[in-house]
Ligand binder design. Structure first.
Ligand SMILES: *Cc1c(COP(=O)(O)O)cnc(C)c1O
Length: 221
C-alpha cells in the first residue's frame, strides 16, 4: 500500500460512516489523486479554478469535484458544467451568478453557504446577520438552478481546542437556525462542512457531516 492509500484507510477507520470525506488535493499532482481514487475515494476538493481545470482533464470522470476556495464571479462559468458542489459561496451576488450560469446549461448546482466563524481571522464567508438579511430580502426560491445544501466554515488555526470547539458549535447552531427559518421543507439542506487535518475530530464531535482533509492524506504542502 502507498502512503496515501494507507492515510485514507486510517482516516476512514476513524470517521463515522455518515461523515463524508472530501480529500483536499490542492497543489498535489494528478498522480497523487489517482492513488487516493484507487482506494475508492471519489470526493475531491480544490481551491483554485485554474488548477482544478488543469487536473480534471487528466483524471477519471466519476470524480466528484468540490470547490472549497474563494470563487470569483468571472470564473463561475468554467466550473458550473461539471462541479459537484461549490462549498465556498460567500456572497449573495455569487449565488446569483452561479444560478444564471447553471440556467444557461440547464444544470442544478449544489452549493454550501460559507459562514465566517473564526471571528478573529480574516477569512471569507457571510456573517450570520448579513446572511439572514439576504435570505429575508431576496427571493432565493426564485433561483431554480442552485440547490443550497447546507453550510461550510473554517475554524481559527489555533491549538486552543476550546475555541475551535466553540466555533464549530456556532456553525452547527447557524445551520440549525437557517434550517428552521429558511430551509425547513428542503430535505437536501443537511450538510455541515467543517473539519480539516488539524481539527476534524473536534468537528465530528460537534456535528460535522463532511470533513475536508488535505495534508493528513497527501502530506504537507
Ligand atoms: C486547504 C483547505 C483544507 C484542507 O486543509 P488541511 O489542513 O490540509 O487538511 C480544507 N478546507 C479548505 C477551505 C482549505 O482551503
Amino acid at each position: 500500500m502507498t502512503k496515501i492509500e494507507e492515510n485514507i484507510y486510517n482516516l476512514k477507520l476513524k470517521l463515522p460512516s455518515d461523515v463524508r470525506l472530501v480529500a483536499v488535493s490542492k497543489t498535489k499532482p494528478a498522480g497523487d489523486i489517482i492513488e487516493a481514487y484507487n482506494t475508492g475515494q471519489r470526493y475531491f476538493g480544490e481551491n483554485r479554478v485554474q488548477e482544478l481545470l488543469n487536473k480534471k482533464d487528466l483524471l477519471p470522470e466519476d470524480i466528484e469535484w468540490h470547490l472549497i476556495g474563494h470563487l470569483q464571479s468571472n470564473k463561475v462559468k468554467y466550473i458550473v458544467p461539471f462541479i459537484a458542489m461549490i462549498q465556498s459561496i460567500d456572497t449573495y451576488k455569487l449565488l446569483v451568478t452561479v444560478n444564471s450560469e447553471a440556467l444557461k446549461i440547464n444544470r442544478i448546482v449544489d452549493c454550501l453557504l460559507q459562514i465566517h466563524i473564526a471571528i478573529e481571522e480574516t477569512k471569507f464567508g457571510f456573517l450570520m446577520s448579513e446572511l439572514c438579511e439576504n435570505l429575508q430580502s431576496c427571493d432565493i426560491s426564485g433561483l431554480k438552478n442552485i440547490r443550497i445544501c447546507g453550510v461550510m466554515g473554517m475554524a481559527t488555526f489555533t491549538s486552543d481546542t476550546n475555541k475551535v470547539k466553540k466555533e464549530f458549535g456556532y456553525l452547527r447552531n447557524c445551520f440549525q437556525s437557517l434550517k428552521d427559518c429558511y430551509f425547513k421543507s428542503e430535505t437536501y439542506f443537511k450538510e455541515i462542512s467543517m473539519g480539516m487535518s488539524g481539527d476534524y475530530e473536534l468537528a465530528v464531535q460537534e456535528g460535522s457531516t463532511m470533513v475536508r482533509i488535505g495534508s493528513l492524506i497527501f502530506g504537507e504542502r
